[in-house]
Design a protein around this ligand. Structure first.
Ligand code: ADP
Ligand code: MG
Length: 323
């Protein structure tokens, strides 16, 4: 299962293995027999277009959804069911959700320890302990705010860092980051990567979902691609490149050559050359034809989200030169 570029993982017993995971919502298959594994001390990235099934797979691991079939094992032990989030937490699995899961009206510290507050005798909450622990966890994420502040007073990026502090408070063996950097600045992203590197050193396995391919190359040891609920390969990071990943994600190369375009006889609606964005890897010049899909069916049928645009390389341009 490991390729030659992930030699340091060879022979290691996986911390986690998910085999043949299947899940449908309202009769629509969303996961069609996905395999995924994770070793202690590795960052395993999970990539794919919007709707590929990444969050669903991770929500199964976090006890939010139940699979229709498939097996989950931790450290090779027997098949597990993870009926709820509390069970996942007990098993050492923490998730930083794509959508915020914080309560705006509660303080930062209360959110971090939601329903798990340190208790003193007579069942009273140990507030001193709570704020001390919260301050320590926040400092690990590089967030310098008073743990007594209400979460609704924080910026989206600060709230995201509180989510991360909350995950760390569980002392997990596995941490799932689902698009953690969408609201973070470059500096905050680098701080998050520091946290991830520290977690790796302490033997934690990390699952990292992101649309930003350069981040994957910066932080991941292996990468698995999902497309329409099916695995499209697991590679050591040195054995792949962004073009390979994009091709696996969308099912074909995004580069449509000019002569192919002209030969097709369809009018050219869009032509892009020399577009670049430091946060994503943009395919080289590409051409959009009438009736052509640039990255996925979703782009033609509904308004493209910035994430989809980023995947397809049509994000707000950073640099441009006319053909
Ligand atoms: N709770 C749900 N109920 C119904 N459909 C869902 C639910 N969660 C996800 N889906 C659908 O499953 C598919 C995969 O979604 P998701 O796992 O969120 O993809 P990704 O995280 O890769 O963008 C999408 O078509 C989405 O609309
Ligand atoms: Mg998702």
């Amino acid at each position: 299962m490991f390729d030659s570029n992930a030699q340091h993982l060879v022979g290691k017993e996986p911390l986690l293995s998910m085999l043949g995971m299947q899940k449908s919502f309202d009769g629509n298959p969303v996961l069609k027999g996905v395999h995924f594994d994770l070793c202690a001390g590795e960052v395993h990235a999970l990539v794919g277009e919007n709707g590929a099934g990444k969050s669903t797979l991770m929500n199964i691991l976090a006890g939010v959804h139940q699979p229709d079939s498939g097996t989950i094992r931790l450290r090779g032990a027997g098949d597990l069911t993870i009926p709820d989030e509390k069970t996942a937490q007990r098993l050492g699995i923490a998730i930083v959700f794509q959508e915020r899961s914080l309560f705006g009206q509660l303080t930062v510290a209360e959110n971090i320890f939601a329903a798990r507050q340190p208790i003193k005798s007579f069942g009273r909450i140990d507030w001193t302990h709570l704020y001390e622990d919260a301050r320590h966890l926040l400092s690990r994420t590089g967030l310098d705010v008073d743990p007594a502040m209400l979460v609704e007073e924080l910026s989206p990026a600060q709230q995201q860092l509180v989510e991360i502090a909350k995950a760390l408070s569980l002392h997990p063996n596995i941490v799932i980051f689902d698009e953690p950097t969408s609201s973070l600045t470059e500096r905050e992203t680098q701080r998050l990567f520091e946290v991830i590197r520290q977690l790796k050193v302490s033997g934690v396995g990390i699952i990292y979902i992101s649309h930003r391919l350069p981040e994957i190359f910066q932080i991941a040891d292996r990468v698995t691609v999902l497309k329409d609920g099916e695995g499209q390969g697991t590679m050591g990071i040195a054995a792949t490149g962004s073009e390979d990943l994009v091709q696996r994600m969308v099912g074909r190369s995004l580069q449509l050559r000019h002569q192919d375009a002209v030969a097709s006889g369809n009018p050219i609606l869009l032509e892009v050359r020399n577009l670049s964005d430091p946060r994503t890897t943009v395919p080289k010049p590409f051409i959009g034809l009438e009736n052509d899909t640039l990255s996925s069916r979703s782009m033609t049928r509904r308004k493209t989200s910035s994430e989809e645009q980023q995947t397809a390389g049509v994000r707000k341009r950073r640099s441009y030169s006319a053909p």
